[in-house]
Structures are given as C-alpha cells and as structure tokens.
Design a protein around this ligand. Structure first.
Ligand SMILES: Cc1ncc(COP(=O)(O)O)c(C=O)c1O
Length: 427
C-alpha cells in the first residue's frame, strides 16, 4: 500500500484537500524534496516552525548527541542538564523579567499552563482575548481563541472569556482608519473590562502579531495602550509567541517591537527547529504560583528536544537570524508591493520580518477571495512553491519561510507567485 492510501485508511488527521497530494521524503534549508523527485521552495516552514532551516546540521548534531546519552527520564523527580541550560537560555533571550519556564510539548499546552498559572497567581478566573486570535486546539485554548473557523464542531467551550476586536486595520471593526482612530480598538479594552466582565480577570492573552487570523500586525503603539489599561485593573499580560517568536518577525520575539514587558510568554513552533517542544516562561512570582505537583507533562521538556532547542538558539544568535528575517522580509515586501499595483485581487500586503500576509479580495468592497486563495496555493504548489492559506476569512496567503532562505530562493518564490497570480486571472 502506498503512503497516500495508508493515510486514507489509517491516519486520523484533517488533511486539507489538495489537488495533487505530495509525499515528502526529505528536506534541507528551505527546500523540500518529494518522493516523486519534485522539489519545492518551502515558504511555510511546516507552519512557521523550521526557522533555522529544515534539518539544520547543528540542531541534528546536538539532538543525536543527547539521544546517545538520555532520551527520557521522569520529569518531576530528576534533574537533567539540557533542560536547565535551556531554561537559563530562555531567561536570557526573552524580554524584561521573564525568568522561569514550564516546559510542555506544544503551543496549546504552553497556553494551558499560562491560563492555569494566571488563575492560581491572581486568584481571579476570567480571561480577555482578541477576536481573530488562535491559541491552540485544546478545549481550554479554544475557549480563548477568537475564531469560529477553529472552534466549529467542538463547543460548548469554557465560559469566562471576553473578546475584544482585533487591531485589524484593513478591516477595522469600528470602521476607522489608523492613525485617526486614536487606537479605539485598544481603548475599547477598558469598556469591556468594566461592562462585560465580573471584574475578576486573571489575564489578557494576545499574539503580538496574529498568525492564523491572517498575519495581522497591530499598530506600533497598540500594546503600550493595552498594557496601561491592564495595569490599572491588575490584569496579567500573556504574550502568545508560539508563531511570532524565534526571529520570525525580525526580533527574537515580536513583542519587542512594541516596547512592553509581558508577565508571561508562551512559545513552541520555532523553539527547536522542528523537535516537539513548548514553553511557558513567566516572571518569578507568576511562575511560582505552581506549587510542587500542581502542573506537569510526561514528555514536556524532553531532553532531546531541549538539546535541539539550545543548538537552534545558538545558531540563531550566531547567524543573526532575527536581523536576517528583518532584512529579507523588508526586501521581499517591497517586491510584493508591485503585485498590489498589478493585480486587483491583491487587497493588502502586511507583515513583519518573514511573517507576511497577502490578503486577496474579489472587489472594492473587499469581499474575501477565498476560492482564489486556495487555487493560488494549489497553482503555486504545482509550480514548486509551498505557501500557506489562512485568515479568519480564509483569504490570506501566508508567507512564512525558514529564515535561512536565500535571496535567490526568495526571487524564485516571487516569480512563481507572480506567474500563478497571472494564471489565476486567466482561469
Ligand atoms: C499563536 C499560536 N498559539 C498556539 C498555537 C498552538 O500550537 P500547537 O499547535 O503547537 O499546539 C498556534 C499554532 O498554530 C499558534 O499559532
């Protein structure tokens, strides 16, 4: 039986419908090699994961060496060096007073830990989150996710979360334009706290750049305005950097663009270049809300994943990957702007570093071009380019390649994208 048939028969996963299924055999850097010999430039990086490139040799070496020594031990009884080293490293590279880390296997579990610690620390029990947000697929994290597309067929979720409009300037919920809006969406937080909650809000969760919601980049002053309100009401700020972290937006963490210090931060995806690992780092007082035995994951902080993460972070720092992302992203966004002038389908181009979204629209009313986005993804795949499609309306092309992608690969990706936009017009 071939891989595709076996998937159909035995694998319980929600594969997105694709015209031509691709079986991947191996990958290197920003290139994926399929079983049938075809090559693809990977501009989605396994959903924004392999920031240091597919099969990075330094990461592999560190993981192999750790594998020879220890793969797993009981996480709540024994002390393991790469776990301690990684926690120390995270305290060094994250902003402000973030210091102590709880390790999990995934982003969702990191957010679950943040939710629980926030409640335990504050003694409060509600949350506020953003519309258009995504925080994971557990019942808890779907409760703080502001997107019906992700929550469909799973409710009811936990009560106690209130959502505020996202800082989605292209589709402002208040019908305003930045900067004349004077950040109404951020100021609205205070109304929501006063009128929609019981006043017992433990934490506000937000992605500093919203990923799944459609690469939504909040205005520069947004989080300062939000943090001032949160401080007045003694509400914690948890930055979900699962997708925006580890160099993706041109800084090690996206919240650094906004000059505010979160009380806690969650991470996963880019932390270990593809090895499964999640983390929730917090200020010491917040982290200490967990007492021995309170919270635990059997595989969380797996020594092999931690060793891989350490090598990954060292590689990122030495190669200045955040800066590379900023430079390459700036250059690529400028090129993409050409497409905005040439194709009416291209409504908006936005992003930071190599976290870039292209929002496709059908007309001047900005009707989301959902089918066109899917067709564009399929056409690009046929021509050897892998891109993502997302957004709350399903009409945003997500461009999130490994940060090590070369200029010539970016040029090739641009040419394919442009060719496919032309083909789409001829359909
Ligand atoms: C911002 C954000 N938070 C949390 C998650 C969930 O992470 P995981 O799939 O590792 O559970 C994701 C995944 O896409 C994400 O983008």
């Amino acid at each position: 039986m071939r891989t595709i048939e076996k998937y159909k028969e035995y694998v319980n996963t929600s594969m997105v419908k694709a015209i031509e299924p691709v079986v991947i055999e191996r990958a290197k850097g920003a290139v994926i090699y399929a079983e049938d010999g075809k090559e693809y430039i990977d501009c989605f990086a396994g959903i924004a994961v392999v920031n240091a490139g597919h099969c990075n040799e330094e990461v592999i070496k560190a993981a192999k060496e750790q594998m020879e020594k220890l793969i797993h031990a009981c996480t709540y009884v024994y002390y393991i060096k790469p776990v301690a080293d990684l926690a120390e490293k995270l305290a060094q590279i994250t902003p402000g007073r973030l210091k102590k880390t709880f390790f999990s296997n995934s982003g969702a579990e990191a957010n679950e830990a943040a939710m629980r610690a926030s409640k335990q620390f504050t003694g409060k029990y509600e949350f506020i989150a953003l519309q258009c947000s995504f925080h994971g697929r557990t019942v808890g994290t779907l409760s703080i996710t502001g997107n019906m597309g992700r929550k469909r067929n799973g409710g009811p979720y936990l009560s106690g979360t209130t959502f505020i409009p996202a800082p989605y300037c292209y589709r402002c919920s208040f019908g305003l334009s930045y900067p004349n809006c004077e950040l109404r969406c951020a100021k609205f937080l205070e109304d929501v706290i006063r009128f929609n909650t019981s006043g017992s809000v433990a934490a506000f969760f937000a992605e500093p750049v919203l990923g799944e919601g459609g690469i939504i980049v909040p205005p520069p002053e947004y989080f300062k305005e939000i943090k001032a309100i949160l401080d007045r009401y003694e509400i914690l700020f948890i930055a979900d950097e699962v997708q925006s972290g580890f160099g993706r937006t041109g800084k090690m963490f996206a919240i650094e663009h906004y000059g505010v210090e979160p009380d806690g931060m969650t991470m996963a995806k880019g932390i270990a270049d593809g090895f499964p690992l999640g983390a929730f780092i917090a200020r010491e007082e917040l982290a200490n809300a967990f007492k021995p035995g309170d919270h635990l994951s059997t595989f969380g902080g797996n020594p092999v994943s931690c060793a891989a993460a350490l090598a990954n972070i060292d590689f990122m720092l030495r190669e200045n990957l955040p800066q590379q992302a900023e430079e390459k992203g700036k250059w690529f966004m400028e090129k993409l702007m050409e497409l905005k002038d040439e194709f009416e389908l291209v409504g908006d181009i936005r992003g930071k570093g190599l976290m870039i979204g292209i929002e496709l629209i059908k007309d001047e009313n900005k009707t989301p071009a959902l089918e066109e986005a899917q067709r564009l993804r399929d056409l690009c795949r046929e021509k050897g380019l892998l891109i993502g499609v997302g957004g709350v309306n399903g009409n945003v092309i997500r461009f999130q390649p490994p940060l090590v992608i070369s200029k010539s690969e970016l040029e090739k990706a641009f040419d394919i994208l442009k060719e496919c936009l032309k083909l789409l017009g001829e359909d």
